[in-house]
Design a binder for this molecule. Structure first.
Ligand code: SF4
Ligand code: SF4
Length: 448
């Protein structure tokens, strides 16, 4: 077999002399020592059938092949992706890819946070029982016809403050149980917690609903940005409701934190100690993805990478939108399993608003039509089909040649809805944090 060096290799030089190399489209990095890197740099065509190679060379070729740094000479990365994309789009066109169902039971919110990523996607309406039941029946029928093994439904309640429409959440849960007993349910809710009472807390325990909540740091940090409509801080009420949830038997294991330029000065590595003291073992953290930030790129990268290292040392899960390209480049290749930046742009989720319009996720404000036209949206040239198609690896013109093309694949769709300029700044951010984490990881690995 003739192997050639990929034209899409990116190398990151770590501070201990190791070099992280990966294929910018097919991912899966390898860490090389200096000698192996130099040898690889000088490799041209490798013809395993004709040339004689030493045992060490063959071992290195195998590793380079597994990382797609050496690829068969008869196929380019783009051809490989396109073949897999066409097969995946066939499934999309048949509506087989849908796994997640988001119901925007309330597009109203009693908070007034300026950094809310869903703010453009809020109509200030509550969903009615009729809409919820009809949408569930319609989507379940759609999926039953298309998926022979359809036995599980993943339901999420959002998108602004779902507890403002708690009675509907109760009715939906009862309806699903009675009407679709053959469907196992995985259910979750994102809430600001402020309206939580004992009945609701007990209900979440009884129904086994996963509860996700946000707290934007300690009191002085949170109360600058996570505020009621009248501008008052929300920290005290959120903590009180977290305690109520814990008393009911559903202690939150993690929090989501947004950082803006207002609360950034209140964060440093001691925040991790505070999380440990408060029993938060999972920390989702993002810089404001919507508004421009007066925090330099270097500051953001230094902050996230040092927090990431400290979380790793303390066994705290630490993640955010920023880590997606790093996780993808490290663990995923389209050759092994088809994927995209997120389940939204991969055609795996459907979010339904109170007016019946459909979106790729709870934060998006780009309507893909009414849920009753779901078949049209997923069929070839339908709005969902086109969106998914344009976001597949290798298809996005803007991303061609980017050092994380196969790992980021166009980034979060919702941030693109806000502003094109912001999106370009986010590209630099995603590239920089991915390189930084890879260089830290590469330096920590011993290479034989
Ligand atoms: S969205 Fe930006 S960072 Fe992501 S792959 Fe495209 S060009 Fe690269
Ligand atoms: S587009 Fe994807 S990453 Fe962005 S908010 Fe929606 S699901 Fe999340």
């Amino acid at each position: 077999m003739q192997l050639i060096k990929s034209q899409n290799v990116h190398s990151i030089f770590c501070n201990n002399g190791n070099v992280v190399c990966y294929n910018t489209i097919l991912n899966l990095p390898i860490v090389l020592d200096e000698a192996s890197y130099n040898y690889f740099s000088d490799c041209d065509n490798i013809n395993l059938g004709i040339n004689q190679y030493s045992e060490d060379e063959l071992v290195l070729f195998d590793a380079l092949k597994d990382s797609y740094l050496l690829i068969p000479s008869n196929k380019s990365e783009n051809e490989i992706c396109e073949q897999l994309n066409i097969a995946y789009l066939n499934k999309v066109s048949r509506g087989e890819t849908v796994e997640f169902f988001d119901l925007r039971v309330s597009e109203k919110c009693n908070f007034g946070c300026k950094h809310c990523i869903s703010s453009n996607a809020q109509s200030d309406e509550l969903m009615t029982v009729n809409t919820a039941i009809d949408a569930i029946d319609f989507v379940v029928d759609f999926l039953r016809e298309r998926k022979s093994n359809f036995s599980k439904i993943d339901v999420h309640y959002g998108n602004a403050e779902p507890l403002m429409n708690f009675s509907l959440v109760k009715k939906i849960q009862q309806y699903l149980r009675e009407q679709y007993p053959f469907l196992s349910r995985v259910t979750s809710i994102n809430t600001n917690l402020s309206l939580l009472n004992e009945e609701m807390a007990g209900f979440f325990v009884d129904e086994d609903i996963a509860v996700y909540a946000s707290l934007d740091g300690r009191k002085e940090a949170n109360d600058l940005i996570r505020i009621f409509k009248n501008g008052n801080g929300t920290y005290d009420v959120i903590r009180k409701k977290m305690a109520l949830l814990k008393k009911a038997g559903k202690a939150l294991e993690g929090i989501s934190v947004t950082i803006t330029e207002a609360n950034f000065p209140f964060f440093d590595l001691t925040f991790i100690d505070w999380c440990l003291e408060n029993g938060f073992r999972s920390l989702a953290m993002d810089f404001d993805l919507v508004n421009s930030l007066g925090i330099t790129l270097d500051e953001r990268i230094d902050f996230l990478s040092s927090m990431w290292q400290k979380c790793n040392e303390n066994n705290i899960e630490f993640f955010g939108t920023w880590i997606t390209p790093f996780l993808n480049v490290s663990n995923r290749s389209i050759v092994d399993k088809h994927y995209a930046f997120c389940k939204g742009v991969h055609g795996k989720s459907v979010s339904i608003a109170p007016d019946g319009l459909m979106y790729i996720c709870g934060s998006s404000s780009t309507s893909l039509g009414h849920y009753r036209d779901i078949e049209v949206a997923f069929s070839v040239d339908g709005k969902m089909y086109d969106l998914v198609s344009s976001r597949l690896i290798g298809r996005n013109e803007m991303c061609k040649g980017c050092i994380i093309e196969g790992a980021c694949a166009g980034q979060c769709y919702v941030t693109g809805e806000y502003s094109h300029d912001n999106r370009r700044g986010l590209c630099d951010y995603y590239r920089a944090i991915t390189e930084k984490l890879l260089s830290i990881q590469g330096a920590s690995e011993s290479v034989s």
